[in-house]
Design a protein around this ligand. Structure first.
Ligand SMILES: [Zn+2]
Length: 273
């Protein structure tokens, strides 16, 4: 009898802990284009909600006009005010933003988010657009979890490049200024390796790595048939085609030829020739 009571008490306790870890107290606001449910925690400002909505809409418009499709299935978009969006958090604390096929998280308490909201509203929108590219990758079927990457630089490069171009299409940024952003983010960082070193890991290097991925994807799209080649690649990979084959099919050159060509272009951008 006593043990039954102890077991029952433990169950209630564990249930309570699980509930407090997994619940996400928020008000819901539905968006139709793209189809999304915003889950907004108390304390998130109206300007932040607008930035998230604008980022989603800009991405959606750009995807539909440049790629011919958007994120069609509903996405839950959490705007977290505390402790990130979902338990368990990563060891380094909650990321600024992250996404899965039907889920997008913006951690409004992260220093990066607070900084861009204060000084560069287009950058805040581009963070959301970047994550929405990951939603698209997920729904098309080419999203990879962090331990499964084979073409990481292109997976992240696609997100940075399409998010940048979405801001260009909205008139918030200029296409010809992409290179200055890429330089500002530290593409000349001497710690960065060859692009070919970033197939499986390396996003942890932060802004300089993302600058490199942006430059590479931008260069790839320019020499291929425009941004829809990215979607063609994603679809082929989703069908199970090995990525190097899918790459050659979508972009019209082998991965190794691209690497060789890109490293020369990179030297010109970085300015050490
Ligand atoms: Zn990303």
């Amino acid at each position: 009898m006593v043990w039954t009571a102890v077991a029952a008490a433990l169950l209630v306790l564990c249930g309570g802990v699980a509930w407090s870890l997994t619940r996400f107290e928020a008000r819901r606001e539905a968006l139709t284009a793209p189809p999304a449910d915003l889950m907004i925690q108390p304390g998130v400002s109206a300007a932040e909600v607008e930035a998230v909505k604008d980022g989603l809409r800009a991405a959606d418009r750009y995807f539909r006009s440049a790629l011919g499709r958007g994120v069609d299935e509903r996405v839950e978009v959490r705007l977290a005010r505390e402790r990130g969006c979902r338990w368990p958090m990563s060891a380094t604390g909650p990321a600024t933003a992250w996404a899965e096929s039907h889920f997008l998280c913006v951690n409004t308490m992260s220093p990066t988010w607070r900084e861009v909201m204060a000084g560069d509203p287009a950058a805040a929108r581009s963070i959301v657009a970047h994550e929405h590219v990951h939603n698209l990758q997920g729904q098309v079927g080419c999203r990879r979890s962090s331990d499964e990457h084979e073409w990481l630089w292109l997976f992240e490069g696609m997100a940075v490049h399409l998010a940048y171009q979405a801001m260009v299409a909205e008139g918030r940024w200029k296409d010809e200024e992409a290179l200055s952003q890429i330089r500002r983010w530290g593409v000349d960082d001497p710690q960065l390796g060859a692009l070919s070193a970033y197939e499986r890991t390396g996003a942890g290097a932060g802004d300089p790595a993302y600058a490199l991925f942006h430059l590479a994807t931008r260069s790839l799209v320019q020499q291929a048939q425009g941004p829809s080649s990215l979607l063609a690649f994603c679809r082929e990979v989703a069908r199970g085609r090995p990525w190097r084959e899918a790459f050659a099919g979508a972009f019209g050159l082998s991965v190794d030829s691209f690497y060789a060509r890109f490293e020369q272009e990179r030297q010109r951008v970085v300015g050490r020739r």
